[in-house]
Ligand binder design. Sequence first.
Ligand SMILES: C[S@@+](CC[C@H](N)C(=O)[O-])C[C@H]1O[C@@H](n2cnc3c(N)ncnc32)[C@H](O)[C@@H]1O
Length: 240
Amino acid sequence: MEDSDFEIEYDKETAHFKNGEICFEILVVSELPIEYLAQLESKREEISGRRLWPGSSILGQYLVEMEAQFEGKNVLELGAGTGVCGMLSRRLGAAFVAVTDGDSECISLINQNFQNNGFRDDQYIHSFFLKWGDTVSTAAFSEACPIESFDLIVAGDVLYKKELLDMFFPTARSLLTPHTGRMYLCHLPRAGVTHSLVQEAAGVHGFSFSIQSKTTIHHSEEVEMDDITNSEIYLLTLTE
Ligand SMILES: C[S@@+](CC[C@H](N)C(=O)[O-])C[C@H]1O[C@@H](n2cnc3c(N)ncnc32)[C@H](O)[C@@H]1O
C-alpha cells in the first residue's frame, strides 16, 4: 500500500489540567496503534503535540503560583500542543495570549480546547501557526498577530530533539521584549537533549537563566513523581 493510501483516523480522548479552582478539559489524540506510528514515521508527520506532556502539566502548576506576573501581560506560548499553558495564562489575567504551534493539527486541537474551556468568545486569546526556524512562518505570524513582542513566553516540554535547540531559542529571542521580557520553560531530558545542552544553547542564543524551585509541584494522575524529579523549570531573560 502506498503512504498516500493510508488515511489515519485519530481517536480523541480527554486529559485534565487541575490546580485549585482551575480545571481544563483537554482534548488530545488517543495513543495510536504501533502500525499507525510506523506509518507516521515514514510520512514524517509530527504528532508529539497532540498529547498533553508532563512538561506542560508541571509548568502549569508552577505558573498558577506566579499568578501576579500575568495581570495585563502579553503572553506567547511556543510549541503549545494542546494549548494548556496558554489557556492558563489567560485565566490568570494575561491581557492577550498567542497560543502557537508548528503543527496545523495541533492548531485545530487548540481551537477545540478553546471552545471546550470557556474561551469561545474570548477575543484576547488566539491560536497561530508558528514554526520555529522557518522565516516564512515567522513573517506570517508577525503579520497576523497584533502583538510585536511579548512580556512573557511559556513553553512546556518542547525540546525533544537536538535540532530544535537552534530553532527554538532564536525564535523566542526575536519575540521576547528586550530588557524586561521573561520566558518560563519546563524541560525534561528527551532523546539526548540533556539539561546541559539546553543551558548551553540558551547561553549561545543570548539568554541567561535561573532554575526555579519545584516545591509547589505535586504529582497527580497527569504527572508522575519521576517526571517532576527529572524536570527543571527555567526562567530565561535576554542578556544585553
Ligand atoms: C512534546 S510536544 C509538547 C506539547 C505541549 N507543549 C505539551 O507539553 O503538552 C512538542 C511540541 O512542539 C511542537 N514543535 C516541534 N517542532 C516545532 C517547530 N519547529 N516549530 C513550532 N513548534 C514545533 C510540536 O508540534 C509539539 O506540539
